[in-house]
Design a protein around this ligand. Structure first.
Ligand SMILES: *[C@@H]1O[C@H](CO)[C@@H](O)[C@H](O)[C@H]1NC(C)=O
Ligand SMILES: *[C@@H]1O[C@H](CO)[C@@H](O)[C@H](O)[C@H]1NC(C)=O
Ligand SMILES: *[C@@H]1O[C@H](CO)[C@@H](O)[C@H](O)[C@H]1NC(C)=O
Ligand SMILES: *[C@@H]1O[C@H](CO)[C@@H](O)[C@H](O)[C@H]1NC(C)=O
Ligand SMILES: *[C@@H]1O[C@H](CO)[C@@H](O)[C@H](O)[C@H]1NC(C)=O
Ligand SMILES: *[C@@H]1O[C@H](CO)[C@@H](O)[C@H](O)[C@H]1NC(C)=O
Ligand SMILES: *[C@@H]1O[C@H](CO)[C@@H](O)[C@H](O)[C@H]1NC(C)=O
Ligand SMILES: *[C@@H]1O[C@H](CO)[C@@H](O)[C@H](O)[C@H]1NC(C)=O
Ligand SMILES: *[C@@H]1O[C@H](CO)[C@@H](O)[C@H](O)[C@H]1NC(C)=O
Ligand SMILES: *[C@@H]1O[C@H](CO)[C@@H](O)[C@H](O)[C@H]1NC(C)=O
Ligand SMILES: [Fe+2]
Length: 507
């Protein structure tokens, strides 16, 4: 470890720009629950949420004693679960206390659709979405950043695009790489942010996190925000930062306690793992209408003798990151049990997201150990679609198993379909799609086409699912593909009382 005396203590000033909007965020929790989370500057003895069916009668109160922080954090994370709600119903709510104690804002959310409800709906998916504006992706960047990777004047970013599309999706799924607070040092070295010291940098890291969650509140206060782990949640310095001018290479051993081991991520969210048998915010599942959604952890806990990429000793070279579950092979044991228990007559669709891709033209960004442990189960249980990011490109592939294309393509394949969309945007933008692309690649966008965007999944019915790449700049669809799955039992399931069937789709 080399701690620099060369970074001058010019400005802890950039660190106080945090916020007064409380970072309100929601998450589905079981069939009839909603987790309401928000931040305050002080510890709160009993965080509470006033809620009700109409704006002027918030006559119910849910409370908890969960108001938690960690070293270097400037806020407390409050988590309150509201239980026994009706499915697919809009409620109004107000967390208390808020940072602005005199705020009169009343928020609303809509609960999960009952499993087996066949009503069509859409979901927004992002991976690799960083802070926008003066601490992240904007119309300027440090000198090494390509001009195609910054925003053009007036170009709408992905957070604003999602906000402008709130009516078009039920929830937002963010499968890792959230905020990129660990870019603080890179942004200082590239002279995009004012220089601080390593010590002072801890405050910059937290200010970037706060800024991101503030920006996201425009979406996450009314739409559930389901998240999973990415490598940029692990620590304060990612896989290391080079200061070429001073011939210093930093690594994550510079990180303060509180800025290692996924600490911010563990504190900030309460994903529904306790009601789905998963582990923390790392792996879990939930039903929504005709879909069973599964979040996987490609960063730690792969089991089977592998060291996860972000664990101490793993491929990223990180320090001080431990597995999150001490049980041997906990994640794949859980995944198999979770998949085996899916009732395809109720939730015919099974969609999986994990941060790193199993297949991609940019092979350096794939996770072969993830493929080893997860793919056999994804094939065996006929998962419909596998989503990922990590590579900052968009690439839609064919349905695949063990590297072979399904002969049916998207017309009733047996193999899982793979899509990577890491093009949501962050400080230094998009990557280059490797050329030549894999033979099973069907469509790609990268820094050459300079297009930021998000994914929209539309579940039309039991047999048809459409994936769209939505360009953030103008909300136009730059790529659209529809998957068809023949499911003979669907025709009779419009009553929502299909016959119970387990173990894949062979009912
Ligand atoms: C918080 O509440 C739970 C149950 O609601 C209880 O088990 C726990 O002891 C409480 N913790 C504190 C610190 O009060
Ligand atoms: C109350 O609201 C006013 C106007 O928005 C604001 O200036 C003030 O800081 C708020 N007070 C507190 C305690 O948040
Ligand atoms: C719920 O909140 C969103 C975001 O503020 C808003 O656009 C929408 O109109 C609200 N819905 C209702 C029913 O008030
Ligand atoms: C900040 O640090 C970088 C790299 O150490 C250096 O090149 C730059 O001149 C410094 N900027 C200021 C304003 O001190
Ligand atoms: C940079 O640092 C390394 C190791 O600290 C050293 O071996 C190398 O000679 C240095 N290079 C320059 C140009 O100073
Ligand atoms: C670890 O996984 C086991 C088995 O899946 C589960 O029962 C346990 O709750 C998990 N532990 C944690 C800390 O979540
Ligand atoms: C990492 O966090 C886990 C809890 O999730 C804790 O048990 C472990 O001691 C932590 N390890 C380090 C190196 O901080
Ligand atoms: C975008 O550019 C990449 C890299 O040159 C290329 O592979 C891809 O086909 C382009 N996409 C479109 C839609 O033109
Ligand atoms: C929308 O924006 C994208 C990305 O900037 C661009 O490629 C496309 O041509 C635009 N479409 C329209 C209809 O303006
Ligand atoms: C399912 O949705 C697709 C796409 O909208 C449509 O073409 C198809 O006819 C629908 N199937 C049924 C059984 O309604
Ligand atoms: Fe990543």
């Amino acid at each position: 470890m080399r701690v620099s005396s060369l970074l001058v203590a010019a400005a802890a000033a950039s660190a106080h720009a945090y916020t007064t909007n409380s970072q309100i965020r929601l998450a589905y929790h079981g069939d009839s629950g909603m987790m309401v989370s928000w931040n305050t500057f002080n510890h709160v003895e009993n965080p509470s949420v006033h809620w009700g069916l109409s704006k002027d009668r918030l006559n119910n109160i849910a409370t908890s004693n969960v108001s938690i922080t960690y070293p270097t954090s400037t806020t407390y994370n409050n988590h309150v679960l509201i239980n026994d709600l009706r499915p697919d119903t809009t409620y109004f709510y107000k967390p208390s206390p808020l940072m602005k104690s005199n705020s009169t804002d009343i928020f609303n959310f809509t609960t999960s659709r009952r499993a087996g409800d066949n009503t069509p709906f859409s979901v927004a998916v992002v991976v690799d979405l960083g802070t926008m504006g003066s601490k992240g992706l904007t119309t300027s960047a440090g000198a090494p950043v390509a001009s195609t990777n910054i925003l053009q004047p007036g170009e709408r970013n992905t957070i604003d695009s999602l906000e402008s599309s709130l009516a078009d999706f039920d929830f937002l799924w963010h499968a890792g790489d959230i905020a990129y607070a660990d870019y603080w040092l890179k942004e200082e070295i590239q002279q995009f942010l004012p220089n601080t010291t390593i010590q002072g940098g801890a405050a910059v890291y937290e200010s970037i996190l706060n800024e991101f969650y503030d920006e996201m509140m425009a979406i996450t206060a009314s739409k559930p925000y389901m998240v999973g782990p990415g490598n940029h949640e692990a620590n304060c310095d990612n896989a290391g930062t080079k200061d070429k001018a001073h011939n210093i290479t930093y690594d994550s051993s510079i990180c303060m306690p509180g800025q290692t081991n996924f600490t911010g991520f563990k504190n900030h969210f309460r994903m529904p793992s306790d009601v789905s048998g998963g582990t923390g915010n790392f792996w879990y599942s939930f039903d929504h209408g005709m879909v069973h959604f599964i979040q996987l952890d490609t960063e730690t806990d792969l089991g089977h003798g592998f060291i996860g990429p972000d664990e101490t000793g793993g491929s990223e070279g990180f320090f001080n990151v431990d597995p999150v579950n001490a049980t041997m092979n906990a994640q794949t044991t859980w995944l198999e049990a979770d998949l085996a228990a899916v009732d395809r007559s109720k939730t015919p669709w099974v969609i999986v997201a994990g941060h790193r891709a199993l297949y991609l033209s940019n092979t350096d960004d794939t996770c072969s150990t993830c493929k080893d442990v997860f793919e056999p189960l994804l094939i065996k249980y006929k998962v419909d679609l596998v989503l990922s990011g990590h590579s900052h490109i968009y690439e839609r592939l064919a349905p695949l198993a063990e590297g072979k294309e399904d002969p049916n393509g998207l017309e009733n394949p047996t193999f899982p379909w793979y899509i990577t969309n890491g093009a949501a945007g962050h400080y230094d933008g998009l990557d280059v799609l490797e050329s030549p692309r894999q033979p099973y690649s069907r469509f790609g966008l990268d820094t050459t086409n300079a297009t930021y965007g998000w994914s929209r999944l539309t579940f039309h019915n039991c047999t048809h699912l459409t994936h769209d790449f939505v360009a953030s700049n103008n909300n136009t669809v730059l790529d659209s593909a529809t998957l068809f799955k023949a499911r003979p039992w669907c025709a009779s399931s419009s009553s929502n009382h299909g016959e119970h069937c387990n173990h894949g789709e062979d009912c």
